[in-house]
Design a protein around this ligand. Structure first.
Ligand code: 5AD
Ligand code: SF4
Length: 502
């Protein structure tokens, strides 16, 4: 879907972009004159043009222009927002915590319905700010904007939204912003799909010592409940040399921990011109000097290879944590979910992992109330939680996403039944987590000190290799360092510890 509005003539197909681009804007300026056709040069060009406009505005107002982002959803979206923020900062906007800013964008999520509701709930408040500051620009992007009906709703109901773009063209923010600033037209530019991966654009990291790195985009799995393949498109892997170059740059900038990001990292590299497995990629990243910890997310159980288990077990840098979404313990439901494994196969995999890495922490995602879920199916889920002994689990009530096969399935579970099961599941997850958590009590573990504890400013919050959280007394000088911490109290999902003097 590419949506055009007013007289902004936006490119219809992703690959047309480089040939056509924008022609005339509302003021009749041919902004394509001298515009580079190739990326990322084209976006660099628009960044500098936007910068000129922003500087002129600053002189007029006698102050800096500001931006604010609201990001919903998963790590992919947060990573995308870092890229958008990098572009905005390059243009000259200054980040602020308030939505009372000159440029505000919402990076949306649509994986479950309540994510959509939250976005619209908040959006209304922006209208008041815009009344006060009519120059304000409001943009919406992310997964929700890949859905035609949502874009239509923004068009019709939320007319104060200036720019709408999707997940495939976030790299184009500067170009869209330039068009908006010069024409003040509403800009709608959503691509149905893409095979482009644009490298070498700015990115703004929240933490100086820890960074997410995209290794692939999209998903080919089409789990029957999930909207992600429809809004994020087909799997595309970045070239290993581009990934390694980014990790090397991050290491030079002081990053010690990288999180490799993809919807299904275990199928990384299969479609590259020169195929590379995920395990091979990990070995390449491991060689980067200065990087001390490597994490990755998310692993689909059906694609987790023996090669990966071997590489993980032999590695000193790959963290002892695996997020391995199970979704359900019922083989019958797993089939309906299109997950391609049975309960038994999943448990065999867990056993193999535990044999290779006895200190591995395992976390998961579970959906309750999938269509057709009976009490027996649910009991299978409780059983797999006990047997797999998860360190923690993200639990979700099934949410019907229109366009997915599950939305049309028979036996939609009544809300009250799903809620009741959800409560029971939380209890069992809590019990297994507490048992697992207690195992490290009294031990000294290496911890990456990450931030000041939100609840107690005299404490620091850090993470163990296995991703568990620990709060311990220390001053801020430890932040960004890997330090030994004695785990003194196990609190279920986290620890209280003290810096080891040994
Ligand atoms: N309803 C509930 N949970 C969902 N997830 C994905 N789609 C849905 C849905 N329609 C969950 C899955 C996935 C996680 C990211 O979100 O558990 O692993
Ligand atoms: Fe959705 Fe399944 Fe792809 Fe994960 S693997 S993003 S749950 S379709």
């Amino acid at each position: 879907m590419t949506i055009n509005q007013n007289d902004t003539d936006f490119n219809q197909k992703e690959n047309d972009m480089n040939q056509k681009g924008i022609n005339l804007n509302q003021n009749g300026i041919d902004i394509n004159e001298h515009v580079p056709k190739r990326e990322p040069q084209r976006q660099r060009y628009f960044m500098s043009r936007c910068k000129e406009l922003v500087q002129a505005k600053e002189r007029e107002l006698g102050r800096k222009l500001t931006f604010h982002d609201q990001t919903f959803g998963c790590q992919m979206n947060f990573k995308d927002s870092e890229k958008l923020n990098g572009i905005l900062e390059e243009i000259g906007y200054v980040p602020i915590d308030s939505e009372d800013a000159d440029f505000v964008y919402y990076n949306t999520c649509t994986v479950r319905e309540n994510a959509n509701i939250r976005v619209y709930g908040r959006l209304g408040t922006l209208k008041t700010y815009k009344k006060k500051n009519p120059q304000m620009i409001i943009a919406m992007c992310g997964c929700m904007m890949q859905e035609e009906e949502e874009v239509q709703k923004v068009k019709d109901v939320y007319q104060f939204v200036d720019i709408v773009f999707g997940t495939h063209n976030i790299f184009k923010l500067a170009e869209l912003l330039y068009e908006c600033l010069t024409s003040r037209a509403r800009i709608f530019d959503v691509w149905e799909k893409t095979d482009l991966i644009i490298e070498d654009l700015p990115s703004d990291r929240k933490l100086r010592f820890k960074a997410g790195v995209n290794i692939m985009f999209g998903c080919n799995n089409f789990c029957s409940y999930c909207i992600v393949p429809y809004v994020r498109g087909r799997e595309r892997s970045r070239k290993p040399e581009d990934i390694v170059a980014e990790v090397e740059r991050l290491a030079r900038e002081g990053v010690v921990e990288v999180m490799l990001l993809g919807q299904n990292v275990n199928s990384y590299g299969k479609n590259l011109e020169h195929p590379v497995s995920f395990a091979q990629l990990l070995q390449m990243v491991e060689k980067v000097e200065g990087i001390e910890r490597i994490r990755f997310m998310t692993s689909h159980p059906k694609d987790l290879s023996d090669e990966l288990i071997e590489v993980m077990a032999a590695s000193k840098k790959i963290c002892r944590h695996l997020h391995l979404p199970v979704q359900s313990g019922s083989t019958h439901l797993l089939k309906l979910m299109n997950r391609h494994y049975t309960k038994e196969q999943y448990l065999e995999l867990v056993q193999k992992l535990r044999e290779a890495m006895p200190d591995l922490s395992l976390t998961t995602d579970i959906i309750v109330g999938f269509p057709g879920e009976t009490e027996e199916d649910f009991q299978e889920t409780l059983d797999i939680v006990r047997k797999a002994e998860y360190d923690s689990a993200f639990t979700f009530l099934y949410s019907k996403r229109s366009g997915t096969p599950a939305a049309k399935m028979e036996g939609q579970v009544p809300d009250a039944v799903a809620y009741e099961r959800f409560g029971r599941l939380l209890k069992v997850v809590g019990e297994t987590a507490r048992e697992r958590n207690a195992r490290l009590l009294g031990k000294t573990e290496l911890v990456l000190a990450e931030e000041i504890d939100e609840k107690d400013a005299s404490m620091i919050t850090g993470r163990l290799s296995n991703n568990n959280v620990v709060h311990f007394k220390a001053d801020t000088s430890v932040i960004g360092k890997i330090v030994p911490v004695v785990l003194e109290e196990a609190k279920g999902f986290y620890y209280i510890g003290r810096l080891s003097d040994g």
